[in-house]
Structures are given as C-alpha cells and as structure tokens.
Design a protein around this ligand. Sequence first.
Ligand code: SF4
Length: 268
Amino acid sequence: MSNYETSQTSDLKELINKLRDTQTLSKNEWIRLIDGRTPPELANYLFENAREVRITHYGHNVYVRGLIEFTNYCRNDCYYCGIRKSNLNAHRYRLTKEEILNCCKTGYELGFRTFVLQGGEDGWFTVPRLADIVSDIHKNWPDCAITLSVGEMEHDAYQTLFDAGADRYLLRHETYNDAHYRKLHPASLSARHRQNCLWDLKSIGYQIGTGFMVGAPFQTTENLADDMLFLKELNPHMVGIGPFIPHHDTQFAEEPAGTLELTLYLLG
Ligand code: SF4
C-alpha cells in the first residue's frame, strides 16, 4: 500500500469514527466515505464498529416478522417494479379477509408477534376495508404489533388505519433526490409527496420504516449521500436498504443489479 493510500484509509477511518460518535456526516463526507471505499480493510473497520453499536442496542437477538403479501395489484407504474400496473404478464392475486386472518392465526401459533400486511396500492382495499381487517387482527391478537406497507395515502387515511390498531408503517423513500426519483417513476408520483407521507405517518405516532435502493439506474454517489442525510433528518425507527434487482418485464431489464458489496457497506 502506498503512503497516499495509507493516509486516505486513515482519513476515512476518522470519518467512520465520527459517524459512530455523532451519527452524522456532512454530504461531502458521505461522498468521500462511499467513493473511497476501495480497501476491504476499510469495510471491515466499518463493520466492526457497526457490530459494536448494534450489540449495544439489540444484543444478539433476532426479531422475526410475519409478512403477509396480501395483494400484488397496484395502481402505480414505477418503472423498476415487476408488479407495476402496465406489466400485463404479472399473475395477479388478492387474499380475502378470511385468508389474511388465517395467515395471522397460523403465524400466531408459530410464534410470530408482528404481522406485516404488505401489498401494492390496490384500489379494492379501500381505507374502510383495510381498517376493518386491521381492527379484526387487533381484536383477535391484541399482543401483536400490526405493520402496514401499502403505499402512499393522505393524512386522514393513515390516521384512520392508526386508530383501527396499526402500529407501524413501512414506506421506502426509494431515492431522496427529486430528479433521480423522476427517472424511476411516472410523472404522477413525486419524491416530495412520498417524503411527506413519511412525515405524516411519524406525526400520527406510527413507528416508521423507510429506506432506499442501492444501484438503481442513474444513481450517483451524491444521491446516496442525500439518502443518508434524509435518514438522519427523518430519524425513522427502521431502515431497509436493499439492492436494485432488474426485473425482466420492466424497461430496466438490461440494467446491472446493485452490488452486494455496496449494499452491505451502506448497511454498515
Ligand atoms: S407502488 Fe410499489 S408495488 Fe406499486 S408499482 Fe410502485 S413499487 Fe410497485
């Protein structure tokens, strides 16, 4: 290793120390830390620190969630998504209320204490219908947390579902930067509206989860830095960071997938 590389690595290790101690970096520091990540030594240093922080807060526990994918109908057309509305090859399904409650019953017997209802933005599941299902789950299994992951709604709808018994809400912001967001979504969707949904959910009292794709088409390091800064600002209870995976029935079918290496680094 040259002297330059040694000093660059120690400079980046300092950034990792700063991140560990203050939980934040400036935008330029994020960009340096992400772009300068060549030596495996640096990633290992980051992971060691991340592991220590994780053990301090969570110990060695693993929390399992019962995920119920209850519909893959969706009114939206996100360009990267295999179940977007214009994909006519997708085999569509929708669970009935009874099937959803049966999933909860089986899950409860298996030891699950969190149920996640996840689906596309399916117009059949109106807010009253969803609230009715949430309320029944809440009545039948009052010791379980109910998490929803059903996309963008207005404040009142989120409030109704919260009042019915939902505790948590997952809504990845996908990418913070507006121009990047527009390259991945039709004009009817906007980064700002999605972010506002997250602020609404938080103000209502949900535990919220957000996150973003790694390696999405057109993504720059600056975009990733913006994502990290948004996470800091929003301060969600949960964060999901996962690689972009090209779907064969989308316009991004030939794009390369996000790498495991960068995804793990950002998780660290
Ligand atoms: S809102 Fe979600 S499910 Fe619907 S098209 Fe977009 S990514 Fe896919």
